[in-house]
Design a protein around this ligand. Structure first.
Ligand code: KIV
Ligand code: NA
Length: 264
């Protein structure tokens, strides 16, 4: 696979072709994921939960994100690497520039920040300095204490309209991608239709331009209860490499996610 860039992914959206995103946190899995036809690797701060055993993403440090991004970059075979700015590492635009620089030097190609319109200033500053931004909206796990639990967002008309407006403003500010987590299928569909940039979904139904999942979830090895939007691809494929390829295939042919993985 030749190197995937923002240009590649924008062209996929324009052509109505879906792309696949999966988390990876180390070189070996980055090699496997990027060799399986998955366009984008997310070095997610979900590593706080699946690698470190914490019960939220809040304790993950920028240094830890840099360490894992460097490892992923070494194993990567041409996928686009997105890295999460962790909790409170982008509380101000200035802090976002500094933290973002560390992750870009570590090998990220695009940064993901959680939030709505308050991210516009950091987004435009990063974009103007050549750093692409993905704005993560809906269920934003770094905000879990404020949200009061892991639940579907944008269910009231007021909150849905606010999210639609956040998406519009973030794109206008220069965001290169959006990510919607745990939002009703129809809301994700509307935001995706309005957006000129690719929209990635998780628990956001089948109409987004791309899907993302946590690797441990698609391998069925995450301890505890699995969220509704997760599918165990290892059970069906029989091997780790097969699970990655099957995930990519089902995202691209539209068979994943099915309606049972989404929210009304
Ligand atoms: O950290 C992560 O893995 C994420 C995805 C769940 C979107 O942000
Ligand atoms: Na994350």
């Amino acid at each position: 696979m030749s190197n995937i860039t923002l240009h590649t992914l924008a062209a996929r959206k324009a052509a109505g072709e879906k792309f696949a995103v999966l988390t990876a946190y180390d070189a070996t899995f980055a090699h496997q994921v990027s060799s399986a036809g998955i366009e984008m690797i997310l070095v997610g701060d979900s590593l706080g939960m699946v690698l470190q055993g914490r019960d939220s993403t809040l304790p993950v440090s920028l240094e830890e994100m840099v360490y894992h991004t460097e490892a992923v970059a070494r194993g990567n075979q041409g996928a686009m690497i997105m890295a999460d700015l962790p909790f409170m590492s982008y509380a101000t635009p200035e802090q976002a520039m500094q933290s973002g620089a560390d992750l870009m030097r570590a090998g990220a190609h695009i940064l993901k920040l959680e939030g709505g319109r308050w991210l516009c200033e950091a987004t435009s500053m990063l974009a103007e300095r050549g750093v692409p931004v993905c704005a993560h909206m809906g269920l934003t796990p770094q905000t879990i204490n404020k949200l009061g639990g892991y639940r579907v967002q944008g269910r009231t008309r007021e909150s849905a309209l606010e999210m639609i407006e956040d998406a519009r403003r973030l794109e206008e500010a220069g965001a290169s991608m959006l990510l919607l987590e745990c939002v009703p299928t129809v809301l994700a569909q509307e935001i995706t239709a309005n957006a000129g940039i690719p929209v990635i979904g998780i628990g956001a139904g089948p109409h987004t331009d791309a899907q993302v999942l946590v690797m441990h979830d698609i391998l069925g090895i995450t301890p505890g209860r699995t969220p509704r939007f997760v599918k165990n691809f290892l059970a069906e494929a029989g091997s780790i490499q097969g699970a990655f390829a099957l995930y990519a295939e089902q995202v691209k042919n539209g068979s994943f996610p099915a309606s049972e993985h989404g929210f009304e």
